[in-house]
Each structure stands twice: as C-alpha cells, then as structure tokens.
Design a protein around this ligand. Sequence first.
Ligand SMILES: NC(=O)c1ccc[n+]([C@@H]2O[C@H](COP(=O)([O-])OP(=O)(O)OC[C@H]3O[C@@H](n4cnc5c(N)ncnc54)[C@H](OP(=O)(O)O)[C@@H]3O)[C@@H](O)[C@H]2O)c1
Length: 309
Amino acid sequence: MLRVQYRRYGGPAVMELAEFKQIEPGHSQIRVTVKAASANPVDWKIRNGSAQVLTGWKFPRGMGMDFAGTVEAVGSGVTQFKAGDEVFGAMEMRDCATFADSLVTGIKSTALKPQSLSFENAAALPVVGATAWIGLVEKAELKAGQSIFVAGCMGGVGRAVVQIARSFGANVAGSCSASNFDEARKLGVSTVVDYRNFDAGGFRGKFDLVYDTHGDLSLKQCRDMLNSGGVVIHIAPDILTMSAILLSAKHQLVFGQPTPEILEKLGTLAVDGRLVSAIGKVVGLCEAISALTELEKSGTPKGKLIITP
Ligand SMILES: NC(=O)c1ccc[n+]([C@@H]2O[C@H](COP(=O)([O-])OP(=O)(O)OC[C@H]3O[C@@H](n4cnc5c(N)ncnc54)[C@H](OP(=O)(O)O)[C@@H]3O)[C@@H](O)[C@H]2O)c1
C-alpha cells in the first residue's frame, strides 16, 4: 500500500510517498479502499505540529482527513456497513491518513455515499460541509429570512456556508478577493466586498449571523456588523477571539468533525444540487505532495484539491 506520510512534524519538505502495511480493522472500524480524498488547511496544520497535544508523537504519520471509497472489510461490532458499500467521511485528527490507497477508520464520522454522487464530489464534502452545517444549523440555528455575512465566502468552508445558508432561505453577503466576485454572486452572495479594504461600519447592525471562515475579523468589526440578537461563528480564532468565545455566548467556536447524520444531510443537499463542491484540481498519489505543497504555499485555492489513488 502507498500513502503520503511524514516522520517528524514540519513544513512541506517532511512529506514523503511511502509503502506501508495496512492493518486489519478493529472493533467498530472499517477498512476502506480509497477512491478519492480531499485536502484541507487542517492537513498541513496537523503536519506542522500545531495540534501535537491531540495528535501525539507516534511516527510515521499519514495525512488527510476527508475521504470517499469502498468498504473492503469490517471489524467486530460494525453492523452499519458491509464489504462493497460506498462510503464517505472524515478520519479523526489523531490517526488521519486518507492520502493513501487504503485506510482504516472508526465509523463515527462515516456514512453511505449517495450513489449518484461521484467519489470526488463526496470526498470534497465532509470537513468543510460539517463545519458549515454545525455553525449554521446547530450553533446559530439559522432561519429563513435571516441575514448572514460570510468572511472568506469563496474558500472551501465559505462556499459550503453560502450554499447551505441559501438552502435555508437566508440572505447572504460576504467577502472574498475581487477576482472571485462574479463567482460569489453566481453562488448566491447578494452583496460581495473585498476583504482587503473592508469597512465593517458600512454594515452596521445588519446581520443575524457573521460566519468568519478566516479568523481575520476583529471583535469590534464583528460587534459592528451584528444586530442585537446576532451571533458570530468562528472556526480559526486567534487568542483574543478565543477569550471572547469563552466569555460570551455571542461568539461560538465550531469544530467540524462530521457525524453520520450530518454527512447524510450534506449528501442529500449535494444530490439535489444545492451544495455543489468546486473541484480545483484532481491528482494521483504520485503528484499529491507537489500539489499539496503548491496549495499550502499559495493559500488561495480555486476549489478543492482532490487526490485519487
Ligand atoms: N474549526 C474547524 O473545525 C475548521 C474546519 C475547517 C477549516 N478550518 C479552518 O478555517 C480556515 C478556512 O478553511 P477553508 O477550508 O475554507 O480554507 P481554504 O479553502 O483554503 O480557503 C481560504 C479562503 O480564505 C480567504 N481569505 C484569505 N484571506 C482572507 C481574509 N483576510 N479575510 C477573509 N477571507 C480571506 C481566501 O479567499 P479568496 O480566495 O477569495 O482570496 C480563500 O478562499 C482554515 O484556517 C482552516 O484551518 C477550521
């Protein structure tokens, strides 16, 4: 078996493509033949060592959380899946390794893939879709007719937030690079501004919900934009924002680990055409390291990077 892995935490140079021996699935685990995986910024944050407390010091470690593939074998206690099922989901941070021919994962973040959804499109959904869903539906309890501002509306999470919010009947405004304005409008963002010269004062008191996908909005900017009952969803907070999250219910933190129920909802939205993933590039495992390095350095994805073994 082949996978992208690393033997110590560090920058892009620590990644290597290496043979590995796959294990048998244990209790409540399944082994999956990977058909497609997608990249998220969290993949290189983990590899850089930013989450060492959670990910530990056992090496070599694989890379990648999002996957779609076919169940090859099931461990004891697994009744939800059987060999041959097409599934999609996200591995947990601790032992993630989806940029590979094969993976063994628990089933807490796995669901059956809708048949009409391609493996590539299914693999693009779990982390960004769950992050959007949890923020909008579980934390903010978004309702039809509400107004939402999405900072970073054309990133992986941003696009999912825009489309899920629109599917709930919300009015969506957002920020992105000027070069993405047309695409943002097509996605349903009615008012689009450039985050490089953004004046929150122009939106005073306008929003029920501010969803900050990039962590660049100041607490004052958030406060200015919210109406009296409004909330802010954070997914990449700095230390100052973390303290606001701890002190005020107005500021909510999202951790985007999907449940099977959320994956089913995302699958349904995708099949209905209400949640369309932008796929930027599809590469094989042999080109994965150079594609990941390029994406990490640029920081401006034009859609998801998909790795197909
Ligand atoms: N808490 C969680 O569970 C969780 C889950 C998923 C992601 N995250 C984190 O959330 C962040 C976004 O993830 P992603 O998958 O959406 O990343 P992504 O697909 O790489 O998108 C990043 C987007 O950020 C936009 N951007 C750059 N600078 C900005 C600024 N100053 N203000 C607003 N937007 C800006 C870019 O927009 P343009 O392309 O228009 O320039 C780009 O499209 C990452 O830090 C990631 O690690 C956290």
